[in-house]
Design a protein around this ligand. Sequence first.
Ligand code: F6R
Ligand code: MG
Ligand code: MG
Length: 390
Amino acid sequence: MVEKKLTTVSVIKADIGSLAGHHVVHPDTLAAATKILAEAKIKGVIEDFYVTNAGDDLELIMTHRKGVDSPEVHGLAWEAFKEAAKVSKDLGLYAAGQDLLSDAFSGNVRGLGPGVAEMEFVERPSEPIVVFMADKTEPGAFNLPMFKIFADPFNTAGLVVDPKLHDGFKFEVFDVFEGRSVELFLPEEMYDLLAIIGTTGRYIVRRVYRKKDNEIAAAVSVERLGLMAGRYVGKDDPVAVVRAQSGFPAVGEVLEPFATPHLVAGWMRGSHYGPIMPVPLRYSKCTRFDGPPRVVALGFQVKEAKLVGPADLFDDPAFDNSRRTAEVVADYIRRMGPFMPHRLGPEEMEYTTLPEVLERLKDRFKAVAGEPKAKKPKIESELLSTHAAD
Ligand code: F6R
Ligand code: MG
Ligand code: MG
């Protein structure tokens, strides 16, 4: 029997500094990373690569035969980021080296700052994938689209009419505070899934599998920088890989959730909600109020571990209305200024003066006669802040 070869797609990203504030990656840093990956391709460490950006995040899309969590491939990504960060420092770019939290690489970039979405599979005769890369948001931003792509029959017609999709999908949801995950089977456990993944700051759809044969369908980066460093160090700006067509959702079904820009956390100072705008690479830069949050989608064919493409999938007038909606929503929500729900809740803000202000005001708060102290309800936000302070 001929042994089937496994192909791995690894998308690893980091913000290593950017041009004119936290706005866009500089071409020289892209070139520095490209050089490292090109050398590694010649040496056979990886089979192929594509280097690009999502706003101020440097994105390495790589294919290889080394499996997920390969020390060699992670080491290579680390080296590429280090070299790019050096260029960034030389050019005096803003926040140079920001996401590289440690100097010591020990086999895996997880926990060191970069975000990672990886999957390994036996290639189908034709293997289309979509790589999503977002800026000014957090990994939970992909919860809603992943749900729609793999579980919502109003989004994905294939769930209803294609026998190959009709059994549904299995979702692995990761709890970023406890470092644990749970598997849920859709459609039968849909309400349980929605009960947890609506809390996008904590429960993140990490992987999706086709239920009937456990074939990997999607992978999302789950790294949350602030939780790793214990302080604000920048956004998590997630990436995701989705397999499409023949037995998976069609490319059009994979892109469809982004037609309605949903509100995500992470705009300005990681402390505001804003609409996520689907953009082509040429608009992959965050200007207005450091945003609005953006997402790019690149389509590739993977052939014998080589990348054919990309197709810049949101570079289409079919998404003009979505962009316009995002602008309308942005105009509207911006008018709320420092008020929730434009501003995030206190437990999720990446910048805050609240402790300092409360400390200053503490002796000026006076008990109001006849008003009892309320018992604090045990609500999710309280659970979040308990864990965040751990
Ligand atoms: C960072 C980001 C920005 C910054 C903001 C303030 O990825 O999205 O919104 O939070 O520009 O940055 P500093 O504090 O570096 O001036
Ligand atoms: Mg930045
Ligand atoms: Mg960013």
